[in-house]
Design a binder for this molecule. Structure first.
Ligand SMILES: [Fe+2]
Ligand SMILES: [Fe+2]
Length: 200
């Protein structure tokens, strides 16, 4: 009895270790599969978010489409009443995401191309405007959503943003597009989409 007991214990231990090893492999495999599915799902989600911009085929048209979509979000915010604080928070979150993606595309690709094209003053002015976009988003986040001051701040933000968008669409972006070759415009479009995908 004294000699068989340790052997049985050893056998049990080995079996347990084998079980544990199998479980670890199984869990690791499942985790890896889950991670892959997660990455794939995230890639698909990002591709869907970036699709309207990527399908535009032209960087200036794509950004103009994003401007339009942003103003549509403002419309939805301005339709809310003071009691709809949760909806205001939700729409503000959507606005923040849309503007963060748009800012990355412009600042990391378009404004850099503007400076390389000699439009430094214009690029720096637009970049400065983006600082105030972040200021408005911060103020709207900390202000009480049921206050009349909140929706007044939204209206002021919209007015300033529309002026910024018009400067981009009417003057500054067409000037850049016209001075670049078709190939350079395409390269800029690709670079801009890569930036957008980072935050999509
Ligand atoms: Fe901009
Ligand atoms: Fe813009």
């Amino acid at each position: 009895m004294a000699t068989t007991a340790p052997t049985r214990r050893k056998t049990r231990t080995t079996a347990k270790a084998a079980d544990t090893g199998f479980s670890t492999v199984a869990v690791a495999g499942a985790a890896a599969a889950g991670l892959f599915v997660g990455f794939a799902a995230n890639f698909v989600r990002k591709a869907i978010v970036q699709a309207p911009t990527a399908l535009a085929g032209d960087w200036a048209e794509a950004l103009a489409a994003e401007h339009k979509a942003t103003l549509a979000l403002f419309d939805r915010i301005e339709e809310t009443g003071e009691a709809q604080t949760s909806r205001r928070s939700f729409l503000l979150m959507q606005l923040k995401h849309a503007l963060a993606k748009h800012a990355l595309e412009e600042e990391n690709a378009i404004y850099a191309a503007l400076r390389d094209n000699g439009q430094t003053e214009e690029a720096d002015k637009l970049n400065g405007d983006h600082g105030y976009v972040k200021q408005y988003l911060y103020d709207l986040t900390v202000m009480a959503k049921d206050s009349p001051a909140w929706i007044a701040k939204v209206a002021e933000f919209r007015r300033r943003l529309e002026t910024h968008m018009q400067e981009e669409e009417r003057d500054i972006f067409p000037a850049l597009r016209h001075s670049l070759s078709d190939e350079q415009n395409h390269e800029l479009f690709v670079a801009m989409n890569k930036e957008g995908l980072k935050i999509a």
